[in-house]
Write a protein that binds this ligand. Structure first.
Ligand SMILES: Nc1ncnc2c1ncn2[C@@H]1O[C@H](COP(=O)(O)OP(=O)(O)OP(=O)(O)O)[C@@H](O)[C@H]1O
Length: 243
């Protein structure tokens, strides 16, 4: 569904991603993890078309993303930090987004998170007046609103209160049961453990491990994701599945 071929990114001589070969399939919920600066957000932004790769390519459903922006309709994105127009009211943002997506009919919106995260209760608030957690909730509801087949979530649970956190995780698990692809970046391994069945561990711009949680469990002999990751860091680089 998403495949990268020798994908590299250089920022002013610093190689941030180095020849990544990855394959992400429908039905996988992938924890994209690694230390600060490992290149996780850069990889997500290249897939989203927000950052241009220095070399290599990305295919979504077998089509090179450089062939046009249409593939982005398949993608829902929740950024690490949402930048909304500060004066716009919450309901106006959803109205604007609906206008920008005339390809999605009125009955096709996924309003589950909109309802469960109680966005209606803040519909008349200016986006600039929302608290950090409220902004995260709006961002989550928007990412799922147009029923995308692929979700790319960057630190989605950071700042959410416990109830909103559970609502979002339940929604992610449901999407995976529906055979969508979910890629989540987070440092909160306890949350990832509840929603993910695969792991991509990036280290210094390279794939240090890519495979299922079961494979990682087998390789490390650990049962908890945080222990598995510690074991990955401490031990010699494991041979990545896709390199
Ligand atoms: N626009 C940019 N210009 C120059 N360097 C950049 C730019 N964006 C990211 N970088 C650098 O690329 C490297 C990878 O950054 P990236 O944000 O992808 O890491 P990350 O794995 O998402 O980190 P974190 O866990 O801290 O969010 C870092 O060294 C960062 O400073």
């Amino acid at each position: 569904m998403i495949e990268t071929f020798q994908l590299s990114k250089v920022y002013s001589r610093q190689e941030v991603l180095s020849g990544l070969n990855l394959r992400c399939e429908a039905g996988q919920s992938i924890a994209l993890i690694g230390p600060n600066g490992a290149g996780k957000t850069t990889l997500s932004k290249i897939i989203l078309g927000q950052v241009i790769a220095s070399s290599g390519r990305v295919e979504v459903n077998g089509i090179d993303i450089n062939r046009g922006p249409d593939y982005r309709r398949e993608l829902g994105y929740m950024p690490q930090v949402s930048r909304f127009p500060v004066r716009m009211k919450t309901h106006q943002l959803f109205k604007l987004m609906r206008r920008l997506r005339p390809d999605v009919g009125e009955g096709e919106y996924d309003t589950e998170l909109y309802e469960e995260l109680e966005i209606d209760g803040m519909k008349n608030k200016a986006l600039g007046a929302l608290s950090g957690g409220m902004r995260q909730r709006v961002s989550a509801a928007l990412a799922f609103y147009f029923n995308p087949r692929v979700l790319i979530l960057d630190e989605p649970t950071a700042g959410l209160d416990p109830l909103a956190n559970e609502v979002l995780k339940a929604k992610i698990r449901k999407c995976v049961r529906e055979q969508r692809l979910v890629i989540t970046t987070s440092h909160i391994l306890n949350d990832l453990e509840e929603i993910c069945n695969h792991v991509i561990y990036l280290l210094e711009g390279k794939v240090h491990f890519a495979g299922s949680i079961d494979e990682l469990q087998e390789r490390t002999g650990e049962t908890r994701l945080n222990r598995m990751v510690v074991s990955l860091i401490k031990n010699k680089p494991a041979r990545a599945q896709y390199q």
